[in-house]
Ligand binder design. Structure first.
Ligand code: PA5
Length: 449
């Protein structure tokens, strides 16, 4: 099980930044009503991610068994919730297990980035997985048109087997394309939002393809879900973490820093960034009143950012709450040779493990932050594997929804993102967006551009 060390966030009198436990007890009514809302949402089937651990994944393995064995690479085309989970899982596990197959995630419209991906892959042995719940996102559709065109021209006789599409079960333009072209398809369920979808086909197909143990991933998620069902926050890590972040936010900690001491987990800080930002950053509450809430998630990497960010974190504005991600056992480790035994400048490092130094530095940062009165906690991975990543994903998905309930906002929508998507359609001249196009023209005229 993941370990939680909340010591520096709660109670102990000598910790100047710690929340007194009374604050938690005083929040009992808010906790109960947030819990009731979650139960009602589950009843109404809008929090589908809770049920994903029970997915029967046989159809994914059936598909993979039929896939041409020469395919050794998958390129995911997607963005936001349709990309970040895939990327995070692959980068966490490719270093720990020797995954037999490769994954690239093209989640931008940067031409140089596209060129780099194309340079890296062998088109003959690559399958493209276009992932978009809406089937309309400009970035993903642009990548789809370029790459499917390329594949169709190079492999006119068997292009179908090189393309898969993951989208809504019925709706959207891509469903029609699937029917027309006969592509293999997978589903983004209606009751699971983009950023909560890594444990659906969105993340499972690419993970199973590369060799990640998706049964262990779902098992970890299920075990965590089962530990997060009670309204008793002291026995529900997702609620406790959500509540603590909420209470600190109310005390002016507007920033939540996630700092893995592990390169492999860095992309999970990215995944968290989207989940926390897009779910909780909202202008209106559920009654439509303007409230402008949201805690800004920031990612940092230990130890690298000790030489970049930690100065600000210890001495800058006291407006942050910190979460370290620590790994207890690394699958690969190095012993530092005692190259200069008679030089005290470096001999203390000799014969020590790199992981020992890494975790000592993590603890040193914790001490420095705590001394400076900066609230911090530590999430401990016994090791990096699919099981513990499944736990992590479920923990944060529940925590995010719970924090949304405490803030009285809808954590499942993203009107701000939609506004940007609409402006892009208008700028690029998509039919049906003429009114928005006229507004943009006026905007440009007003600014003389
Ligand atoms: O969480 C979300 O809903 C968003 O981040 C989406 O995942 C993102 O905008 C991509 O949308 P789509 O999957 O429809 O292309």
């Amino acid at each position: 099980m993941l370990g939680y060390q909340y010591y520096n966030l709660l109670s102990s009198a000598h910790l100047v930044s710690a929340l007194p436990l009374q604050k938690i007890y005083a929040a009992q009514e808010q906790i109960n009503s947030a819990h009731q809302e979650i139960l009602a949402d589950r009843q109404a089937d809008v929090l589908g991610f809770y049920n994903l651990p029970e997915t029967n994944t046989a159809y994914i393995f059936d598909y993979l068994a039929k896939l041409d064995a020469r395919f050794d690479t998958m390129v995911v085309l997607g963005i936001g919730g349709s990309a970040l989970g895939n990327k995070a899982l692959y980068s966490a596990l490719k270093t720990e297990a020797e995954l037999p197959k490769k994954l690239f995630v093209y989640d931008n419209v940067d031409p140089i980035f596209l060129d780099e991906v194309l340079q890296e892959i062998n088109l003959d042995t690559t399958v493209f997985n276009v992932i978009t719940k809406s089937g309309t996102t400009a970035e993903t559709m642009a990548g789809y048109m370029i790459l499917v065109d390329l594949v169709k021209r190079k492999y006119p006789n068997d292009f179908q087997k090189r393309i898969i599409i993951t989208t809504d079960r019925e709706k959207g333009f891509l469903r029609q394309v699937i029917k027309q072209e006969g592509y293999q398809s997978f589903v983004v369920p209606d009751n699971v939002g983009g950023r909560f979808s890594v444990l659906t086909d969105v993340g499972l197909v690419s993970s199973a393809f590369t060799g990640i143990d998706i049964a262990a991933l779902l098992k970890g998620a299920g075990d965590m879900r089962d530990s997060c069902l009670t309204p008793d926050v002291f026995n529900n890590p997702a609620y406790l973490n959500g509540l603590i972040h909420f209470l600190y936010y109310r005390q002016g900690k507007n920033i939540s820093v996630m700092m893995p001491y592990s390169n492999a987990l860095y992309d999970f800080a990215d995944w968290y960034r989207q989940l926390w930002a897009e779910s909780l950053g909202k202008r209106h509450d559920l009654k439509g009143r303007e409230i402008f809430v949201g805690q800004t998630p920031v990612k940092a990497l230990g130890t690298t950012d000790q030489h970049s960010q930690v100065q600000l974190y210890t001495e800058g504005p006291n407006d942050k709450v910190f979460t370290f991600l620590t790994v207890e056992r690394f699958k690969h480790d190095y012993t530092i040779p005692n190259l200069h035994p008679d030089r005290e400048e470096v001999s203390y490092l000799g014969d020590r493990k790199l992981s020992e130094l890494l975790n000592a530095e993590r603890f040193a940062t914790e001490i420095a932050l705590t001394k400076a009165g900066r609230p911090n906690c530590n999430l401990v991975f016994p090791q990096i594997d699919a099981y513990h990543l499944g736990q992590f994903i479920m923990l944060y998905e529940i925590q995010t929804v719970f924090a949304g309930k405490l803030l009285h906002i809808n954590p499942l929508d993203q009107p701000g993102v939609e506004a940007g998507k609409i402006a892009t359609y208008a700028l690029m001249g998509k039919a049906g967006f003429e009114k928005e196009r006229a507004e943009i023209e006026q905007y440009k005229k007003d600014r003389g551009v």
